[in-house]
Write a protein that binds this ligand. Structure first.
Ligand SMILES: Cc1ncc(COP(=O)(O)O)c(C=O)c1O
Length: 492
């Protein structure tokens, strides 16, 4: 393996490559330098006098050690030691792993991150926008994009995606709406869209990118939920291949890496200054990145590039198609599918059961069938067909749905009327940053109608905003604020 490593280091130089092209691609794809470096680290006899202070699991609460396993504690380290490399600047095995990821995703530069896609969105906003810059953003963006606007002071111009009213979710974002937005406001300097939606609805990023190029405006695509697309021709095309300038991937969501690990890709023809983005990441990212998380990114990339990874993705797609078809045959079960004239990522399955709110269905599945789903809204539930799921698991879920459909589970919330997520255009009074740093007071929710919101209200999942700092609070927001008794508003 080490010999391959030495040759691999030169894979950019054609003269030094002695492998056949396809062999080389296979080896580049599945070789995991950080995994190898960590194995050497784990087996090294070094005596350490550095952080983390538990020193390879020796100073740890015994129950936690047995829960975690000593092997995991042994490799819990950060990027300053033992020749593993550093993240900022990227050196050693970490750099090697990032380059391989960049190669596989087809980017100019790929950054490994241990603060989730949240840190990618914050850094992009911080690096690329400044106070009062006008940014066109799909309203269904994750709250981290908005937090980025608070940090930078940029002025979001909201583009409303289509609504799937029957499902109470946002649909795709239309290139035509974007064109109108750019025509109406020639000062817009950046477009930021989320694709796919949390529920898997897909927008036409090629058309969106085309409009951005026509208006010479850069495009960021938050593809947090779409990192598998790069590895399958059946799934939608990644924005990295559709002309986006930067793409965000939560590898930990569906790509098989560990929770909190993500990637930020700067595309080959990006108009962005990579150094500026790296600089922002340096300012915002932890200075003690977990090597466990970074290594899991290397491992996920290697796995997804391997034959086993391809098979796992194919299985996830096949299982999803099987489940969709079987679930649709169950009385009272309705699955969001292509008959709804919506393009989507088939591995994300949104369904509802007549007579039950999504929340009630979620609790029935959990309490009576020990099944955990991805999330529930008032309307329906979201199920993910993952690379780690088996067909047998989908049979268990189908069985549960069949039993539920012939039982008479009561649901008062359903009878009382479902509270959909507000899919209404916001009434913006000032920029999020201006409002965030203005004088605030906390008042009773009922007294907040007509006042200007001073906090981010975006329930997770999926973290899409109901109200943002600087927006007018109206009667129509009230049903969606049932978890709040008080709200932060601007002082009059
Ligand atoms: C579209 C989108 N972008 C970004 C994020 C933030 O990702 P992370 O949880 O990896 O920080 C999420 C999280 O759910 C998301 O849905």
């Amino acid at each position: 393996m080490y010999i391959i490593f030495m040759k691999m280091k030169n894979y950019g130089d054609k003269n030094l490559i002695s492998f056949k092209e396809d062999e080389l691609i296979a080896q580049k794809g599945t070789y995991a330098p950080l995994v190898d470096a960590m194995r050497r680290y784990k087996d090294s006899p070094c005596t350490g006098f550095h952080i983390p202070g538990h020193n390879r699991g020796q100073g740890v609460y015994a129950d936690f050690a047995s829960l975690m396993g000593i092997d995991a504690l042994n490799i819990d380290t950060t990027d300053e030691f033992d020749n593993l490399g550093t993240l900022f600047p990227s050196t050693g095995a970490i750099d090697e792993a990032q380059r391989l990821a960049s190669d596989v995703f087809g980017s100019k530069r790929t950054f490994f991150l241990t603060g989730g896609s949240t840190i990618a969105n914050l850094a992009l906003a911080f690096a690329l926008t400044k106070p009062n810059d006008k940014i066109a953003i799909g309203r269904n963006c994750h709250r981290s994009v908005l937090s980025g606007m608070i940090i930078s002071g940029a002025n979001p111009k909201w583009i409303m995606p289509k609504k799937l009213d029957d499902w109470a979710i946002y649909g795709s974002l239309d290139a035509k709406s974007l064109r109108k937005c750019l025509e109406d406001d020639p000062d817009i300097s950046l477009v930021w869209v989320t694709n796919p939606t949390y529920e898997g609805v897909v927008s036409d990023i090629e058309a969106i990118s085309h409009v951005c190029h026509e208006f010479d405006v850069a495009l960021i695509v938050d593809e947090a939920h779409g990192c598998l697309w790069n590895f399958s021709d059946v799934l939608p095309k990644s924005a990295l291949r559709c002309g986006a300038d930067a793409v965000v991937h939560s590898l930990h969501k569906t790509g098989g890496s560990m929770t909190q690990s993500s990637m930020l890709h700067i595309s080959k023809n990006s108009r962005f200054d990579v150094h500026k983005i790296e600089h922002a990441l340096k300012l915002l990212h932890t200075t003690s990145p977990s090597l466990l998380l970074l290594t899991s990114l290397d491992a996920a990339r290697a796995f997804l590039s391997s034959k086993e990874g391809s098979t796992a993705i194919e299985n996830a797609i096949d299982n999803a198609l099987y489940f969709r078809s079987e679930a649709s045959k169950i009385d009272g079960v309705r699955v969001l599918n292509s008959q709804s004239a919506v393009a989507f990522d088939v591995t994300k399955i949104f369904l509802k059961v007549d007579g039950l709110s999504g929340k009630r269905l979620e609790s029935i599945l959990e309490l009576d069938f020990q099944i955990e789903i991805e999330s529930a809204s008032d309307e329906g539930i979201l199920i993910l067909s993952n690379i780690g799921n088996t067909k047998a698991e989908f049979d268990v879920l189908l069985d549960a749905l069949r039993k539920i459909s012939i039982s008479n589970y009561p649901d008062l919330a359903y009878l009382e009327g479902i509270k959909f997520m507000p899919l209404t255009a916001p009434s913006v009074v000032m920029t999020p940053r201006e409002a965030y740093f203005s004088k605030k007071e906390r008042i009773k929710k009922e007294d907040a109608i007509g006042r200007i919101c001073a906090e981010v209200i975006a329930l997770c999942p999926p973290g899409i905003s109901v109200l943002l700092p600087g927006e007018l609070i109206t009667e129509s927001h009230m049903p969606y604020l049932s978890d709040f008794s008080e709200l932060d508003v601007l002082v009059k």
